[in-house]
Design a protein around this ligand. Structure first.
Ligand code: AMP
Length: 120
């Protein structure tokens, strides 16, 4: 799947749409989900143009991959989730219902999160 530069996270990265930013460095931007599924629900995205984890894992540089993983951990710690616990999730493709075709990691926390996935 080719990267679509008109997707909403690309527009956030270009500053065309506002976001509630919680973290930024050279390779990564993180902001609050507009429709939170938990008291803390943050999206962590690479600044590079990657459709999903499939694309990111194959094409991104080691520096980009390291930056994203380190950002997830740092954000969880600064949000106070490291002790109580949190969940990360990344959707790829149709079966996962990925909505936004720019790679993003969801970080959920702030309450007990229940079982991993439903059977539906
Ligand atoms: P996914 O289904 O994994 O592609 O998740 C996309 C996520 O992006 C959803 O949780 C949406 O609520 C979230 N989202 C969509 N538009 C925005 C936006 N403008 N700002 C923040 N989060 C958004």
């Amino acid at each position: 799947m080719a990267y679509d530069p008109s997707n909403i996270f690309a527009r956030i990265l270009r500053g065309e749409i506002p976001c509630r930013k919680v973290f930024e460095d050279e390779h990564v931007l993180a902001f609050r989900d507009i429709n939170p599924q938990a008291p803390v629900h943050i999206l962590v995205i690479p600044k590079g143009a990657y459709v999903s984890l499939d694309d990111f894992s194959a094409q991104a540089s080691p520096a980009e991959i390291a930056a994203l993983v380190r950002a997830v951990g740092e954000i969880a710690r600064t949000q106070g989730l490291a002790e109580s616990g949190y969940r990360i999730l990344a959707n790829h493709g149709a079966d996962s219902h990925q909505e936004v075709p720019h790679f993003h990691v969801h970080v959920f926390g702030g309450r007990p999160l229940g079982r991993m996935i439903s059977k539906a």
